[in-house]
Design a protein around this ligand. Structure first.
Ligand code: NAD
Ligand code: ZN
Length: 367
C-alpha cells in the first residue's frame, strides 16, 4: 500500500501518493485520470538509465502506450533552447490534447516538463513522478513550473498544477548522497516553519533517513508534502503564507547567485546555511531563543550539511555583494527586506521590516 494526501485547489485538486510500491503500480494508479491511453515520459539521462525501464513496465501492465524523451541532466536543461527542442519533439511525436506528460526526474525535469506541458497545445495534462528527495518534498508539489533565463533562475514559467504526484521513496536509493542531503535541508525547513514535533523527530531519525531507511523516508516525505500542500492550498500564488516556504531562501539565493549554479554549491546546501542565518537574524532581533538557533546548527552539522561560511567553498565572500543579490531577489523595498524569521523552531513568520543595516551587520560577523 501507499499513503495518500490531497492538494486542495478546488477543481484543480490532485493527490500525492507516497510509498515504495507507487512506481511499480504507476500505470494503474494514473489510469483513471488519463484522457486517453497515450502518455509521453520526459526524463533525464541519469534517471532514464536507472528507473525508466521500471516505469515502462508499469505502463505496460496497464496497457498504456508511451514514448520517452530523455534530456541531459542538470540545471542547464532548464533553458529556452531545451524547452524549444522538447516542445518540438512533443509536436513531432504528434501529441494530442488528450495525451498526458509524465515528468520522471528531479526538480529540473518537473520544472521543464511541467512548463512544456503548460504551453504545448495550450495545456496538456501532466503527472509528476519525482525521483530526487528535493523533488519529492518540494518541487513536485505546488504547481510552479518553469525555466531559467540568462537574467536569472526561474524567471520564465507558469503556475500549472499536475494531475497527480507519484512519489516512490524506493527510487531514492540510487540518489547520490550529496543530493540526498541537499533535499534533506528542505525537509528540515518544514519542521522549522510550523512543526516543532517533526523537527524533534528529525533530530533522532534524520541520519537514518539520509541513509535510506524506508519507513523514516516515507514519513518525512509525507509530513513534508502535507506541510507544502497545506501552505499551497491556503495561498496558491504567494502573497501570504506561501512565502513561509522561502525560509532560508533569501540568504540561500544570494549564496547561490554568488557561486553561480555550477554545482559548486547545491540549492539545499545554500538553504541550510540560509536557514541558520535566518535564525541568527531572529536571535539578533531578540525574537528567538539562542538555544533554538544552536539546535538547528547542531542538527544540520550532525547530518553533514553546511551551517556557515566556514563550511562553504572557499572564496572571497563579500557582504555588500551578497546584500546586492538579496536586493535582486525581488524582496526588497526602500531599504527594507522581506524576510522569513522565526520566534523559535516551528514558528516561522514573515517580517517586512528588516533593515539592510541589520543584514549587513549579520553578514559581516558571519563571514
Ligand atoms: P535535479 O533534477 O538536477 O536532480 C539532481 C541530480 O540527481 C541530477 O543529476 C539527476 O539526474 C539526479 N537524479 C535524480 N533522481 C535520481 C535518482 N533517483 N537516482 C540517481 N540520480 C538521480 O535537481 P533537484 O535537486 O531534484 O531539483 C533542483 C531544481 O528544482 C532546480 O532547478 C530548482 O530551481 C527546482 N525547484 C523547483 C521548485 C518548484 O516549486 N517548482 C522548488 C524547488 C526547486
Ligand atoms: Zn528550496
Amino acid at each position: 500500500g501507499h499513503k495518500s494526501l490531497s492538494v486542495d485547489l478546488g477543481d484543480r485538486s490532485y493527490d500525492i501518493l507516497i510509498g515504495t510500491t507507487v512506481l511499480a503500480a504507476a500505470g494503474k494508479l494514473m489510469q483513471p485520470l488519463l484522457k486517453s491511453d497515450r502518455v509521453i515520459i520526459v526524463t533525464d539521462e541519469n534517471v532514464a538509465a536507472l528507473h525508466l525501464a521500471r516505469l515502462e513496465r508499469a505502463l505496460d501492465d496497464a496497457g498504456l502506450h508511451y514514448q520517452s524523451i530523455a534530456v541531459a541532466p542538470g540545471d542547464t536543461s532548464k533553458s529556452l533552447d531545451q524547452l524549444g527542442r522538447l516542445i518540438d519533439q512533443l509536436l513531432a511525436a504528434k501529441v494530442e490534447r488528450s495525451t498526458t506528460i509524465l515528468a520522471l526526474g528531479g526538480g529540473v525535469i518537473g520544472d521543464l516538463a511541467g512548463f512544456a506541458a503548460a504551453v504545448t497545445l495550450r495545456g496538456l495534462d501532466f503527472i509528476q513522478i519525482p525521483t530526487s528527495l528535493l523533488a519529492q518534498v518540494d518541487s513536485s508539489v505546488g504547481g510552479k513550473t518553469g525555466i531559467n533565463s540568462r537574467h536569472g533562475k526561474n524567471l520564465i514559467g507558469a503556475f500549472y498544477q499536475p494531475r497527480l504526484v507519484l512519489a516512490d521513496t524506493s527510487i531514492l536509493t540510487t540518489l547520490p548522497r550529496r543530493e540526498m542531503l541537499a533535499g534533506y535541508a528542505e525537509v528540515v525547513k518544514y519542521g522549522l516553519i510550523q512543526d516543532a514535533a517533526f523537527f524533534t523527530w528529525l533530530e533522532s531519525h534524520g541520519a537514518d533517513l539520509i541513509e535510506g531507511d524506508r519507513p523514516a523516508l516515507e514519513r518525512a516525505v509525507l509530513t513534508s508534502c502535507r506541510c507544502k500542500a497545506e501552505v499551497v492550498a491556503a495561498d496558491e500564488r504567494e502573497g501570504g503564507r506561501r512565502a513561509l516556504l522561502n525560509l532560508g531562501h533569501t540568504f540561500g539565493h544570494a549564496l547561490e547567485a554568488e557561486t553561480g549554479y555550477g554545482g559548486e554549491l547545491l540549492h539545499g546546501e545554500a538553504v541550510a546555511v540560509g536557514m541558520v542565518m535566518a535564525f541568527d537574524l531572529s536571535v539578533q532581533r531578540g525574537h528567538c531563543p539562542p538555544e533554538d538557533a544552536d539546535r538547528l546548527r547542531r542538527h544540520l552539522a550532525a547530518v553533514g550539511l553546511p551551517t556557515g561560511f566556514a563550511d562553504l567553498p572557499q572564496r572571497h565572500w563579500d557582504a555588500e555583494r551578497l546584500l546586492d543579490h538579496m536586493g535582486r531577489d525581488k524582496k526588497v523595498n526602500q531599504g527594507r527586506i522581506n524576510f522569513v524569521l522565526a520566534r523559535g523552531i516551528g514558528e516561522a513568520y514573515i517580517e517586512s521590516d528588516v533593515k539592510t543595516e541589520e543584514v549587513m551587520a549579520l553578514l559581516t560577523s558571519a563571514i
